[in-house]
Design a protein around this ligand. Structure first.
Ligand code: HEC
Length: 131
């Protein structure tokens, strides 16, 4: 089934897209299907997101960046996409005590869209390292 057909089907009652399909529809245009992005313009979603979750303020960051916060996804679908992205691309680097993001957590955090994601990233974690 093509992405455009899925986009047509999604408003139909009872049709729920999987997190992987929602990632492909709402995120992969910039971050690419494999999450590798296009550094330095679009960051990779592979590996570092797991490590950055050792800093408590960075959980909310994942859904406060504009691409997440302003997506057309519902709070529960966004929570599922971000959890899927963490398990799919970052399983090896997640902290041992990692807990999945909840819908309530995502709902609250995404209301506070970051005007300057890089400034927040540097203040609470560190700058990008493109290697
Ligand atoms: C229009 C292009 C675009 C789309 C669509 C997009 N992003 Fe992004 N994303 C970016 C850019 C650019 C950044 C760098 C921060 C910024 O300038 O917003 C970023 C940053 C991020 C980061 C932080 C990465 C880091 O290492 O700091 C996460 C997490 C993220 N995006 C997740 C998502 C998710 C999840 C979706 C889909 C719901 C998504 N993005 C959709 C362009 C996009």
């Amino acid at each position: 089934m093509t992405a455009s057909l899925l986009a047509l089907l999604s408003p139909v009652a009872g049709f729920a897209a999987s997190p992987r399909i929602n990632y492909l529809l709402h995120c992969s245009g910039c971050h690419l299907p494999g999450g590798e992005g296009a550094p330095p313009n679009v960051p990779s979603l592979r590996g570092e997101l797991g490590r950055m979750l050792s800093a408590p303020a960075m959980r909310a960051y994942l859904v406060r960046v504009p691409g997440s916060a302003q997506s057309a996804l519902s709070d529960s679908d966004l929570a599922e996409v971000v959890n899927w992205m963490l398990m799919e691309f970052n399983a090896d680097t997640l902290p041992p005590d990692f807990e999945l993001l909840s819908t309530d957590e995502v709902s609250n955090a995404r209301k506070e869209i970051l005007a300057d994601p890089l400034q927040y990233r540097i203040a609470h974690w560190r700058n990008y390292s493109f290697d």
